[in-house]
Structures are given as structure tokens and as C-alpha cells.
Design a protein around this ligand. Structure first.
Ligand code: SAM
Length: 210
């Protein structure tokens, strides 16, 4: 089962397997992840790894989104008068549009969505503010011709990509970032156990804090 959303400090209700050595790339992401997310219910609790069902953690979605709003507000992005909206945003690993609808569509005029499991983004088709939906993973994603983003939001999905794919991906993101004020936000879980942790259920890696 997937670990809790980043930045929540939630106790994990999942079984994680600490790796004693470097986790092989072949264990990360791929079909195991896609099958896991393809068979997960397209609802918020499923997307949050079942954490909202754990006693005391039901408001986790709200807390996560509010934390993100507060973070963007510090960068001058938001809805209040002294803050600005952005024109274009890109979201990676969007899942069932929890962050798309709960955050990005409120602060951006147009959002491009990337998510490998098509059924999770189906309900975004034709929604005002959604500019494009690309059903691929971060390793396969390539920006469309002429794209430029004020805000790139990457949350809780890089654990399904190998280190090399993450680095390549971030380079590709940088190449389409609006040069003056563009921002890339990466919001991922980190391991404080002094080692990377592999969750074999969804083939995700929680990288250690360095
Ligand atoms: C824990 S959910 C998080 C979804 C969303 N970011 C959120 O915070 O609500 C993980 C998402 O990553 C997606 N995912 C799996 N493999 C991926 C990959 N290689 N690249 C991008 N996203 C991937 C899954 O399909 C799933 O929607």
C-alpha cells in the first residue's frame, strides 16, 4: 500500500521493507506500480494510501492541501489580493485530481496534467481550466511543443521512478519552466531511517534524507 502523503507527519499504516543495500532500479515503478494504481479505487482515501481511514487522520487531505496553499502563498501565489495567479501550471502524477482540483485549478488559469493511469484522470476531461491530459509516467513524459510553465507541481509520484529517471525528468521540467519567475515544487515523502525504503506493494521508493 502507498505510504502517506508528503509533509503530513502521519503515522504509516503500511508495511514498508527497509533495504539493506541499494534498491535495484528493476524494483522501482513499472508494471507493479501501474497495476496497483490501476486497481485502486478512484477516490481520495485510496489515493492517500488508506490513511484517512486511520483513526485521527481523517482530515489529512485538507491538511495537505492547506499546507500547499500556505507554501504557495509564501511565494506570492494565491487568491488573496496581494497574491497572484499564474497562467500555466503542470502537474505530474496527478492521480485522481486531488491536487488538481483542490489547489492548482484555483491558482492557475490553465493546468496540464500528467498521470500514467488514464482512469484516474478521466473525470478531468473537458473540465474548465484543464488544458491537456497526458497519460504517461515521468520517464515517458515529454513536453508539448512551445510549452512554458509558471508552476510545475510534482507531488508523491517520484517514488515510482528510478534516480536516473528523476534527474532526467527534472531537467526536462527545467527546460519548460518560465525563465523569469517559474517555480518547480517537489513534495515527496523522505525516509529518516538513514536508508531508502522500498514498498514492494506498489514498487515505490521512499528516498532517504541526505
Ligand atoms: C500516491 S498517488 C498521488 C497522487 C497525487 N499526486 C496526490 O498527491 O493526490 C501516486 C500517483 O502516482 C502515479 N504514478 C505511478 N507511477 C508513476 C510514474 N512513473 N510517473 C508519474 N506518476 C506515477 C500513480 O498512478 C498515482 O496516481
Amino acid at each position: 500500500m502507498a505510504s502517506p502523503p508528503p509533509d503530513t507527519n502521519a503515522a504509516s499504516a503500511t508495511t514498508l521493507t527497509p533495504s539493506t543495500s541499494t534498491i535495484p532500479d528493476s524494483s522501482v515503478g513499472g508494471d507493479t506500480s501501474l497495476q496497483y494504481w490501476g486497481s485502486t479505487g478512484a477516490y481520495i482515501c485510496g489515493m492517500l494510501g488508506g490513511i484517512p481511514d486511520v483513526q485521527g487522520f481523517s482530515p489529512i487531505n485538507k491538511i495537505d492541501l492547506q499546507g500547499s496553499r500556505n507554501f504557495l502563498a509564501k511565494l506570492g501565489i494565491g487568491l488573496k489580493q496581494d497574491r497572484r495567479r499564474v497562467k500555466t501550471a503542470l502537474e505530474l502524477g496527478a492521480g485522481i485530481r486531488r491536487v488538481t482540483e483542490g489547489l492548482l485549478l484555483h491558482v492557475a488559469d490553465e493546468v496540464d496534467v500528467v498521470e500514467p493511469v488514464a482512469k484516474l484522470t478521466a473525470a478531468l476531461q473537458g473540465k474548465p481550466g484543464i488544458h491537456s491530459i497526458d497519460n504517461v509516467g515521468v520517464a515517458e513524459w515529454r513536453s508539448r511543443e512551445g510549452a512554458s510553465y509558471d508552476l510545475i507541481w510534482i507531488q508523491w509520484c517520484l517514488g515510482y521512478a528510478t534516480d536516473a529517471h528523476v534527474v532526467d525528468h527534472l531537467r526536462r521540467c527545467r527546460a519548460v519552466l518560465e525563465p523569469e519567475n517559474g517555480i518547480i515544487v517537489v513534495k515527496e515523502n523522505l525516509s529518516t531511517r538513514g536508508e531508502d525504503i522500498l514498498d514492494e506493494t506498489d514498487a515505490s521508493i521512499t528516498r532517504q534524507v541526505i
